[in-house]
Design a protein around this ligand. Structure first.
Ligand code: AMP
Length: 222
């Protein structure tokens, strides 16, 4: 099973990706998480990527391809969820090609959909655990103890790119670069749009329904 999960920044992809991986026993390829790890390690890749991430721009495709190609080979036998990748048509075509070389295809591309106004509010309230990566939101999914991770009690942090100016830039880039994936995946007959309003469990039920429906050939998302 190969699932692409895409949608604007702040729509809740990371949270839903985690739930999907647990339910369907998949491994996650999150380009954003891998890039942040490289930045934290201050590796050559991380140092190159950091300047783009800080400004809210997309990292050049060749950096992403290195990460994904290694991952596909290492996880050829696993079911994979792609979270935040692909981000543009070139990346989508490249992924298709890399999968074809392994005799695989994308089964379903889920787009999480939410109004821009709600997205900005969510991103400004987003906090992450720097240790385990769990994501919280001061309004929709607050931690049990204010400012601390429920899992390991590490103080929560705000991502450097979650400022209003950078958020607006990232949303603009999403419209220009990533939204064309809708038509691309429609043309491959694997596209499914999911309403991302509501709490994490409500959205997860919609996503699970879409995934189950797709595999039972009942997807009416297109
Ligand atoms: P995310 O955690 O998915 O919101 O990604 C954070 C940042 O990492 C983005 O704003 C981009 O700068 C960069 N990034 C993540 N994934 C990609 C990708 N597939 N292509 C290019 N840049 C990416």
């Amino acid at each position: 099973m190969r699932i692409v999960l895409f949608g604007p920044p702040g729509v809740g992809k990371g949270t839903q990706a985690q739930l999907l991986c647990e339910k369907y026993n998949m491994v996650k390829f999150s380009s954003g998480d891998l890039l942040r790890e490289e930045v934290a390690l201050s590796s050559p890749t991380g140092r190159k990527a950091e300047q783009f991430i800080k400004k809210g721009h997309l990292v050049p495709d060749d950096i992403i391809y290195e990460l994904v190609d290694d991952f596909l080979v290492e996880n050829a036998e696993q079911d994979i969820l792609f979270d935040g990748f692909p981000r543009n048509l070139n990346q989508a075509r490249s992924l298709e090609k890399s999968l074809a070389q392994l005799g695989q295809t994308i089964d379903i591309a889920l787009e999480m959909h939410l109004d821009s106004a709600e997205i900005v509010g969510r991103l400004l309230g987003r906090r992450c655990c720097p240790k385990c990566g769990r994501i919280y939101n001061s309004t929709t999914t607050p931690p049990a103890s204010d400012g601390f991770c429920d899992v390991d009690h590490t103080p929560l942090v705000r991502r450097d790119d979650d400022t209003e100016e950078i958020i607006r830039r990232r949303l603009g880039i999403y419209d220009e670069e990533t939204r064309p994936l809708v038509d691309y995946y429609k043309s491959l007959n694997v596209y499914c749009r999911v309403d991302a309003r509501g709490d994490r469990q409500t959205v997860f039920e919609r996503i699970s329904k879409a995934v189950n429906g797709h595999f039972n050939n009942r997807c009416r998302c297109n």
